[in-house]
Design a binder for this molecule. Structure first.
Ligand SMILES: NCCC[C@H](NC(=O)CCC(=O)O)C(=O)O
Length: 445
C-alpha cells in the first residue's frame, strides 16, 4: 500500500487583516494597523497549495471560519440585529471586535494535532483541535475547527475526532505547530515529538520571562494519551524559554522535522543533547539526520524575521526532500546563504523552492503555519472528502470564488462595516457547497 504525507492548507478568509492581536509574535505586533489584502492573501495561499499538488503531493484545503464572529459578540451581551451588534461592539469594545474578526484560522498548523494510524493503538488517524487559549482571537476557533475537520475527514472507520482540551491555561494547546513526527517511511510507526513552552503545574520549572509560553507540557501529554501513543513513540521536549522571549512563539518558528530529518536551530531546545539522544534511542537505530543550524551562521533574529524554520520539508515522489520557504528567506543574506548550503550537505534535502506568502508572513505565519500535515495510506486518502483535495478544477474554482467575494483591501476600521458580515457569509455559504462540507458554520444552523 502507498503512503503519503498530505498537507491541508488553510484557505485565507475574507476578513484577513492586521490587528496586532498576538503579543509575543513580532510580525503581528509590528504590522498592527497596516492595510491588508484579503484577495492577495487568499491567492498567495492557493498558489502555494497548487504548486505542491503539481509537484505530485497530496494537497487539501481547509475552509476558513465565520468572521466577524457575531455569536461570540452576542454571547458577551451585544444584542439587536447583526448590524447593531457590530456597531455597538465597535463603539464599546473595539479590541474585542477586532479579535472576533481575525482570519487566523488560515494557520492550520494551529488547527489541531494529528497522529497517523501507524502510530496509534486503534489504527485510526487521531485529531484533536487546539484550544488556543492564550489568545482571545484564537480561542474562539476550536469548535468550528472540529466541525470543519469532521466534514473533511468524514469517515469514522479511519478518522477519530476528539474534543479540544479543557479551556484553561494549564492545558494551553497550539496544535501541530508544537508537534513534529519522525519516521523512516510515512506508513511505518513513527516518533512524535511534542515541544512545550512551560510546565503549568510546576511553578519552579523554567519558563519565559517576557512573552507567553503558549503550549504546556500537560497539554502535550494529554494529546499523547488521547491519541493512544506509547512512551516509546513520543518524546517531550521543552522549548528554550530564552528564544520564546525573542519572538519564537511556536516551536515551528525554530524547528521542523520530516521523515528522518530534524532541522532545528542550535538554541531551539532545552537539554538538547539529552533529548537528541532520547530521539536517537527511540528511533531504534535507524538512520537519522540532525541538521543543527548554529547561531554563528543564523542568529535568532534572522530566523524569526525570515522564518527559515517555518518552512515545509516535503518528500517528493522521487524520494528527495525539498524545502518550501517564504521569499523572505531569499531577502535575508545569512539565511539565503544557509539555504544555498543546506542542499550540499549530503542530507536528503536537495531542493529549495520559494513562495511569496507575504500577506500571511506579516501576521507571523509562514509556509509551515499555513498547513496541517496528515500522513495517510491510500485507503485513508480515498476516505477523505474528495472535494477538499487540490487539483486543476478546485484551484480554478477557488480563485474565481475569491475574485467574486474578496476585497482588495481591508483596514482595521473596515471591520465595523456590517456589509462585511453579508459578504463573508455569502462567500462561506458558497464555499461549503463547493467543498461539500454541509453546515459547518453557526450562521448555517
Ligand atoms: N502559526 C502562526 C500563527 C500566527 C498567528 N498570528 C495572528 O494571529 C496575528 C493576527 C493579528 O495580529 O491580526 C498567531 O500568533 O497565532
Amino acid at each position: 500500500m502507498k503512503h503519503y504525507e498530505a498537507n491541508f492548507d488553510g484557505l485565507v478568509g475574507p476578513t484577513h487583516n492586521y490587528a496586532g492581536l498576538s503579543y509575543g509574535n513580532v510580525a503581528s505586533l509590528s504590522n498592527a494597523a497596516a492595510i491588508s489584502s484579503p484577495k492577495a492573501a487568499a491567492k498567495q495561499g492557493l498558489k502555494k497549495a497548487k504548486a505542491l499538488a503539481d509537484m505530485g503531493m497530496v494537497q487539501g484545503m481547509l475552509a476558513p471560519q465565520e468572521r466577524p464572529d457575531l455569536h461570540t459578540l452576542r454571547r458577551i451581551g451585544f444584542s439587536g440585529t447583526d448590524a447593531e451588534v457590530l456597531n455597538k461592539a465597535a463603539k464599546q469594545a473595539p479590541a474585542v471586535l477586532r479579535a472576533c474578526c481575525s482570519a487566523s484560522s488560515m494557520w492550520t498548523a494551529n488547527a489541531a494535532t494529528v497522529s497517523p494510524s501507524a502510530d496509534t493503538h486503534d489504527g485510526k488517524i487521531h485529531f484533536t483541535p487546539a484550544n488556543l487559549v492564550d489568545k482571545l482571537h484564537r480561542s474562539i476557533e476550536p469548535t468550528t475547527t472540529g466541525n470543519i475537520l469532521a466534514a473533511t475527514f468524514n469517515n469514522a472507520r479511519h478518522f477519530s475526532h476528539h474534543q479540544h482540551l479543557p479551556e484553561h491555561p494549564s492545558f494551553g494547546d497550539e496544535g501541530a505547530a508544537n508537534h513534529t513526527r519522525l519516521c523512516s517511511e510515512y506508513g511505518h510507526a513513527g516518533l512524535e515529538l511534542f515541544v512545550y513552552g512551560q510546565e503549568a503545574t510546576n511553578p519552579a520549572a523554567p519558563k519565559p520571562q517576557k512573552y507567553p509560553a503558549r503550549q504546556t507540557l500537560e497539554a502535550s501529554q494529554a494529546i499523547a494519551r488521547l491519541h493512544q501513543l506509547d512512551d516509546d513513540s513520543s518524546v517531550f521536549i521543552q522549548q528554550n524559554p530564552d528564544v520564546i522571549d525573542q519572538g519564537v512563539f511556536h516551536n515551528d518558528v525554530i524547528a521542523v522535522g520530516n521523515q528522518n530529518v530534524l532541522f532545528y536551530h542550535e538554541q531551539a531546545f532545552m537539554d538538547t543533547q539529552k533529548k537528541l539522544a532520547e530521539i536517537q534511542r527511540k528511533f531504534n537505530g535507524q538512520e537519522l539526520h540532525f541538521i543543527e543550524v548554529p547561531t554563528a551562521k543564523v542568529g535568532i533574529q534572522d530566523a524569526v524575521k525570515s522564518y527559515l524554520f517555518n518552512t515545509q520539508i516535503i518528500t517528493l515522489p522521487n524520494g528527495e526532500m525539498a524545502i518550501i520557504a517564504p521569499t523572505n528567506c531569499q531577502e535575508n543574506p545569512a539565511v539565503f546563504a544557509y539555504l544555498n548550503e543546506v542542499v550540499t550537505l549530503g542530507t536528503p534535502i536537495k531542493h529549495v523552492h520559494y513562495f511569496d506568502v507575504k500577506q500571511s508572513m506579516q501576521n507571523g505565519g509562514g509556509p509551515a503555519c499555513l498547513r496541517l500535515r496528515v500522513a495517510m495510506n491510500e485507503m485513508e486518502v480515498a476516505a477523505v472528502n474528495q472535494h477538499t483535495l487540490m487539483n486543476d478544477a478546485l484551484f480554478k474554482r477557488l480563485n474565481l470564488w475569491v475574485d467574486k467575494h474578496y476585497r482588495d483591501e481591508l483596514a482595521v476600521d473596515d471591520l465595523a462595516d456590517p456589509q462585511l458580515i453579508i459578504e463573508s457569509r455569502t462567500a462561506l455559504d458558497e464555499l461549503t457547497q463547493i467543498m461539500k462540507l454541509g453546515s459547518v458554520y453557526q450562521f448555517q444552523k
